[in-house]
Design a protein around this ligand. Structure first.
Ligand SMILES: [Zn+2]
Length: 72
């Protein structure tokens, strides 16, 4: 069990309560396969929203945005 997840880009701690991330962030879990140089390795990264915005600004191709209906 993990109490704190840190943003891989800025190191900011994201609070986790009862295994639920209390702020929105990007979590990527990637299992690299045969055609990569990291066959068999699983990499996990977390990017907070501020870092995501900076990262997205640097993309050559803009982020595809779709509106999702609120479900709160
Ligand atoms: Zn960050």
């Amino acid at each position: 069990m993990m109490d704190v997840i840190r943003c891989n880009m800025c190191g900011k701690e994201l609070s986790v309560r009862n295994d639920i991330l209390m702020e929105d962030a990007i979590i990527i879990s990637k299992k690299w396969g045969y055609f990569s140089k990291k066959d068999g390795e699983t990499h996990r990264i977390c990017i907070c929203e501020d870092c995501y915005d900076r990262l997205a600004d640097s993309f050559a191709v803009p982020v595809q945005r779709d509106e999702t209906a609120e479900y709160m």
